[in-house]
Ligand binder design. Structure first.
Ligand SMILES: [Zn+2]
Length: 468
């Protein structure tokens, strides 16, 4: 099977140039001017840009949380991703307490089995570090999972103590593995939640009030210090505010191997939005919580200047109204109190469009930098490059035929995942994918689904990935 994409302009993290792309099988075989091949199916990309498929390294599909599961499984989440121009993602395996890491990984493989429609990898979140589990960590490298996650929040559920974090970092440093942290001071937050509930404070806005920015900054600084002590490579997920980004700047200035990501929502929605009438604020409950308007320009600047390397979504959708037939319970679980609202927001379908429109069209970054933070850096940091993350000979043919003139309005009614609301309802976007290819196969063609359930492949990733 051959495909020839003609007359487009290729945009990578480093270059912009006009060339045709010949795809042979699942890889890019040739880049050049005026290519022809009698056997190839031709896609005319005149006036279009050709971008590497998006890679979202922070997602939670079919994830257990607070007595329910995130609403997207490995099929609906993948369809949503593909329509938005994301062709690979890395999801978090969560170790159940008492289980081995192998058991946890097997459980997540089963979730994806027969459903996956885009390529997917896993990180493993350690919640219960016994001596056996510690000894098991290096085996994850052979399993193609060279990244670990530790939660410094969610006390009594996912949170680990500093001993666990420190010992995991030591082992990770020895084996070329990456350590990711959810950085919030869970002990302090647990006390604040108790105190506010005791005062009858149950509205959604108290979710943010009990998780102040300084609690994120403190945990970020603590994790960075431990990365410095152990020599581990650290990647701080979902950095939401100026206070924590300051800690990252300090750590990088000291020469520690520390990197960070932010998520789209932190640039567009703020703490004040949690105080909308009724239970509307429940839609916006995620952790870390939405912050202040002053944080958005700081995040944009950090994404632009390289302080932050990646923009992801932390896609962890829950139905706003999960009481309807066929739905898993959702945000209504927290109807009586903010601490019962499942934490998470949808975003996997919106990331590429929103970042393109507000980043590139908005004059905040070049198209090359957009490619870098949505695809190339995710591939490099997480051991997928150069198979993924760029348009080059020999790379997987994960290609977006990107129409910079395509205009649409984001609305829940048009989304493809299992979700009944959008964070960006009514936002007008210019720029989107007309065609989406994964390893040479068309997933989306002019707004129609042409992908295949079960065709997504597990990404066996390399250790010793880049430090950017
Ligand atoms: Zn997350």
């Amino acid at each position: 099977m051959k495909t020839l994409i003609k007359n487009g302009t290729i945009v990578t993290a480093s270059d912009t140039f006009q060339a045709d792309i010949l795809i042979d099988g699942e890889q890019i075989a040739l880049l050049g001017r005026d290519l022809s091949d009698g056997d190839a199916t031709v896609i005319d990309a005149t006036g279009k840009l050709l971008l590497p498929g998006g890679i979202d390294v922070h997602t939670h599909l079919d994830m257990p949380f607070g007595g329910t599961f995130s609403s997207d499984d490995f099929f609906t989440g993948h369809q949503a991703a593909a329509f938005g121009g994301t062709t690979s993602h890395i999801d978090f395996v969560i170790q159940n307490k008492g289980h081995s890491l192998r058991q946890a990984v097997d459980e997540w493989h089963a979730k994806a089995q027969g459903k996956a429609a885009i390529d997917y990898g896993f990180h493993v979140a350690i919640t219960d570090l016994t001596e056996d589990v510690l000894a098991e960590i290096p085996s994850l490298v052979q399993a193609g999972i060279p990244s670990l996650k530790l939660f410094m929040a969610y006390k009594g559920v996912l949170q680990v103590d500093d001993t666990t974090l420190f010992r995991t970092m030591q082992v990770a440093a020895q084996h070329g593995m990456l350590v990711m942290v959810h950085a919030e001071n869970g002990d302090a937050i647990a006390e604040l939640i108790k105190q506010h509930l005791a005062q009858g404070h149950t509205a959604p806005k108290y979710h943010a009030i009990t998780r102040p920015a300084i609690a994120e900054a403190e945990a970020t600084g603590r994790a960075i210090a431990m990365a410095g002590m152990t020599g581990a490579t650290l990647y701080v997920v979902h950095m939401s505010c100026e206070e924590s980004i300051e800690q990252l700047v300090l750590g990088r200035a000291k020469g520690f191997n520390v990197m960070g990501e932010s998520c789209v929502q932190y640039m567009f929605l703020f703490e004040q939005d949690l105080d909308k009438p009724g239970r509307e604020g429940a839609k916006l409950v995620c952790s870390p919580p939405l912050r202040q308007p002053k944080d958005a320009p700081v995040i944009w600047q950090a994404l632009r200047d390289g302080t932050l390397q990646v923009v992801s979504t932390d896609h962890c959708p829950f139905w706003f109204d999960g009481s309807q037939p066929g739905r898993k319970p959702g945000k209504e679980l927290g109807a009586d109190s903010f601490d019962k609202i499942p934490n998470g927001v949808p975003g996997i379908e919106d990331r590429m469009g929103v970042m393109w429109h507000h980043g590139v069209n908005g004059g905040r970054m070049s198209a090359n930098r957009f490619v870098e933070i949505t695809s190339t850096n995710p591939a490099k940091i997480f051991g997928l490059y150069p198979r993924k993350g760029t348009i080059a000979i020999g790379a997987d043919a994960d290609i977006l035929v990107w129409n910079p003139d395509k205009e649409y309005t984001i609305s829940a009614a048009n989304l493809h995942g299992a979700i009944d609301y959008s964070l960006y309802e009514g936002m007008v976007i210019r720029g989107g994918a007309d065609q989406v290819l994964l390893r040479g196969h068309l997933l989306v063609d002019g707004g129609a689904w042409t992908g295949q359930r079960g065709a997504g492949q597990f990404l066996h990733r390399n250790a010793h990935a880049a430090i950017l």
